[in-house]
Every structure is written in structure tokens, then in C-alpha cells.
Design a protein around this ligand. Structure first.
Ligand SMILES: *Cc1c(COP(=O)(O)O)cnc(C)c1O
Length: 286
């Protein structure tokens, strides 16, 4: 299975807060596919290839973009899929999980404690045939798929490449494929995620990169009225929708950071817009 990448565009942006001596553009991975949007596809593609015709088994929380993308991609590829979901089954399923079920994914809810042990659990006892993809697609195949992102457009003239970082898999793929004159920066969306430095270094040999830890906005999936209004203003000025967990924090973090005059900044829009469906309707203007 493969996608037609022609929907993905490289779009110049000039929001009002951008300094005159800095150029910026966004690589719109969010336009890839309505459900398999963004970086998740690139992390999945070699993982799905390795599965052959086996059932895919993977992991995530109730709002996980990875669960949403895996369910939709497996449906398109005709592969059976099992989602191991963190926490007891709630009375009302999130939009993400309802859509995953509609896409044919079988869900199994496990306690938070059991979820923490998932890395050492022998899933093959219950699912002998399954091909296991780690949470967030965080493995070598995931990072390898993300090496293709920078060749979706001519990105050679950018001085800095910025992406939102959760597991660091996408960042690792970008680092491995960036040119020597390019600095790659991961804007971390989790609080206190110092372990990421090691985790990223295990997936790439590159050295031109940094993690930026000051823009998680209080921690993973924490929002604020200020973040929401930043996202709404950015949409008004650029017509680009951002999500509240990842890309909103990336772009807001970028707006609060300084770069040398003449820098050309490439922001990777990693998608994830399905996550906005968990917000109170109407608080985002798009
Ligand atoms: C999952 C996700 C990320 C984080 O990607 P990692 O490879 O885990 O660092 C960034 N942006 C969006 C929209 C995501 O869904």
C-alpha cells in the first residue's frame, strides 16, 4: 500500500508575529489523508510492510493519533488490527476509539498498570499471529519511514527544521535525512522528558540536532485559553489548522523562539487534527 503524496504542499507562512528577517514555511503532512494524516503514516509504512499479511497489534491511549492512523491504514491495507488501549473501558468511547472500531480495529482495554508492563508482556501468548508495532510507531522502521519526509518537496534551502516531538521517532528520521547545513529541532510536548535525548540518539547517527524543552505548555495534552487563542489566530492569518497536543505547541514555541537573522525555518505539520474532536465544540474556530 502506498499513498499519493501529491496532496502534501510546502506553504510559505508569514503570521504577524514572524520577524521580518526570518522566513518560514510549513510542510503540510496533515493534507496526506483525512484519517492517516501526518507523520503517523511515515512511521507505519515500513512497519506494515514487515507485517506481511499478519494481524497488526499496537498500543495507545483513548485519544491516540497513532491508534487512529493505524486503524485507518490497516483498513486500507486489508489487514486485521488490534488496539491495546490504556485504562478501563469508559462508558462513552472517545471519537478516536469510535472511529477505530468503525475502521475494523478490535480494541482491548487494559489497566494502566498492565499498560506500563506492555513492553515486557508476551502478547504472542494471546495473539500468536500478531505483528507488534510499539506505541507511537517508535522503532527503527518508524524512524526509517520518516526519512522520506524531507524529500516530499525541495527543502534544501532551509537552515532549520522544526517538528513537534513525542517519542522522537519522527525527529530521528528528519535528523538522518537532513543536509549538513541544517539544524533539526524537536519541540518536546511532554514535561520532563529528559530520556528523549538517549531515545532519539538510538535511532539516528546525526549530530545536528537539539531538543527544545520549554514549550510543553504544562505537560502532555495540557491546553490553556492562551494556546487555544494562539491556534485560532494562526488559523485566521494562515488558514492552517493546528492541533492542541502537538503542532499548536510547536508553532507557539516557534513564535516565542529566536533565530539568527536570515534564517529559513521549515515547520513540519505532523497532522493529528483528529485529536481536536475531543475538545468542546466551538472553542476552535475551524
Ligand atoms: C504522534 C505525533 C507527533 C509526535 O511524533 P513522534 O515521532 O512520536 O515524536 C507529532 N505530531 C503529531 C500531530 C502527532 O500525532
Amino acid at each position: 500500500m502506498n499513498f499519493n503524496y501529491s496532496n502534501i504542499v510546502l506553504q510559505d507562512i508569514s503570521p504577524s508575529w514572524l520577524p521580518d528577517n526570518i522566513q518560514a514555511a510549513m510542510l503540510r503532512l496533515d493534507l496526506l489523508h483525512p484519517e492517516v494524516s501526518g507523520n503517523k503514516w511515515f512511521k507505519l509504512k515500513y512497519n506494515l510492510e514487515a507485517a506481511g499479511k499478519r494481524t497488526i497489534l499496537t498500543f495507545g491511549g483513548a485519544y491516540s493519533n497513532h491508534i487512529a492512523a493505524t486503524a485507518a491504514a490497516c483498513k486500507l491495507a486489508g489487514l486485521p488490527a488490534i488496539g491495546i488501549i490504556r485504562g478501563e473501558r469508559p462508558a462513552n468511547l472517545s471519537h478516536t476509539l469510535q472511529q477505530a472500531i468503525a475502521d475494523g480495529m478490535q480494541l482491548e482495554f487494559i489497566s494502566r498498570e498492565a499498560y506500563r508492563q506492555k513492553g515486557t508482556t508476551n502478547w504472542h501468548t494471546h495473539y500468536p499471529d500478531a505483528h507488534i508495532i510499539p506505541e507511537g510507531g517508535n522503532n527503527e522502521a518508524g524512524a526509517r519511514g520518516c526519512r522520506d519526509i524531507l524529500s516530499l518537496a525541495d527543502t534544501s534551502s532551509f537552515t532549520h527544521i522544526l517538528c513537534a516531538t513525542g517519542t522522537g521517532t519522527t525527529l530521528a528520521g528528519l535528523i538522518s535525512s537532513a543536509m549538513p547545513h541544517q539544524q533539526v529541532q524537536g519541540y518536546v510536548v511532554l514535561k520532563g522528558a529528559e530520556y528523549l535525548k538517549e531515545q532519539v540518539a538510538q535511532l539516528t547517527q546525526g549530530t545536528n540536532w537539539q531538543l527544545v524543552h520549554d514549550h510543553h505548555g504544562g505537560g502532555y495534552a495540557k491546553t490553556s485559553p492562551e494556546l487555544i487563542s494562539f491556534i485560532n489566530n494562526f488559523y485566521r492569518e494562515t488558514k492552517i489548522p493546528l492541533d492542541v497536543v502537538y503542532t499548536g505547541k510547536l508553532v507557539r514555541g516557534f513564535s516565542q523562539s529566536r533565530f539568527p537573522p536570515g534564517s529559513k525555518i521549515l515547520l513540519i505539520h505532523t497532522g493529528g487534527l483528529q485529536g481536536n474532536l475531543s475538545l468542546t465544540p466551538g472553542i476552535l474556530t475551524f
